[in-house]
Write a protein that binds this ligand. Structure first.
Ligand code: ZN
Length: 234
């Protein structure tokens, strides 16, 4: 695990796996997303070791809550595999929770169509809710488009955006062709995110962007412009 800024570490998703972040402050902690877990990785990476790294991180750092940005397998597989072994509160949007609680395989894992175990959700969040982790306060932004219940988390004071699969660095953005994806919604969500004064961008895939090494805000603005051109043709 690598430190990004004080209080935030991450594990880069290998291949198609997602990034996992750990926020720690004043004795509180929150994990963001959980990777593929023990699932197939389409030939990428070594999942047996990555699930062990995840499990060790949760135990050693005494993490007792995890936030899922949305319900796709590359973000929830880890918790699907570990939930029965560990005492973890799982938090996600009210919309994504409906799919996860029922183990909705066609939603969670559209490519493999293998059976998904239901995930117990401890807390369902809505637009405007705030998650406090010591010095960090993350406001829940409902940013649909990649999926209908996708969430971004925005810490205004620390200018940190956790963007799940809505926006990626280098002008990229989440796909909209999977179940409940919607191009118009995605463009609107990107417009909203491009208006935030972002200093640290923590995307679901690809390395984070921090203002000392790049421009997170320009990166999000570029994603918005690209998506607007490619998805709505105006
Ligand atoms: Zn996704």
């Amino acid at each position: 695990m690598k430190q990004i800024i004080h209080g935030i570490t991450w594990m880069l998703g290998q291949g198609l796996d997602c990034n996992v972040y750990i926020i720690e402050s004043k004795g509180k902690s929150l994990m963001i997303d959980s990777g593929l877990g023990a699932r197939m990785t389409f030939g990428f990476g070594d999942q047996k070791s990555s699930i062990k790294i995840l499990e060790n991180a949760i135990i050693n750092r005494k993490i007792n809550q995890i936030f899922l940005t949305h319900g796709h397998i590359d973000h929830v597989g880890g918790i699907m595999a570990l939930q029965s072994k560990l005492d973890l509160d799982v938090i996600t949007s009210e919309i994504e929770a409906q799919h996860l609680k029922s183990g909705d395989s066609s939603y969670i894992e559209p490519f493999m169509a293998s059976k998904c175990s239901p995930i117990d959700i401890s807390q369902e969040v809505f637009e405007g809710d705030v998650l406090h982790v010591g010095n960090f306060s993350f406001r829940v932004l409902h940013t649909p488009g990649h999926t209908h219940g996708s969430i971004s988390l925005w810490d205004e004071k620390n200018q940190i955006l956790i963007s799940g699969d809505t926006v990626f660095p280098q002008g990229s953005f989440g796909r909209t062709d999977l179940h409940t994806g919607n191009s118009k919604d995605l463009v609107e969500s990107l417009r909203r995110l491009s208006e935030l004064d972002i200093n640290v961008l923590l995307p679901g895939h690809m390395p984070p962007v921090i203002s000392t090494s790049g421009s997170p805000l320009n990166s999000v603005k570029q994603s918005f412009q690209n998506a607007r051109m490619m998805l709505t043709h105006y």
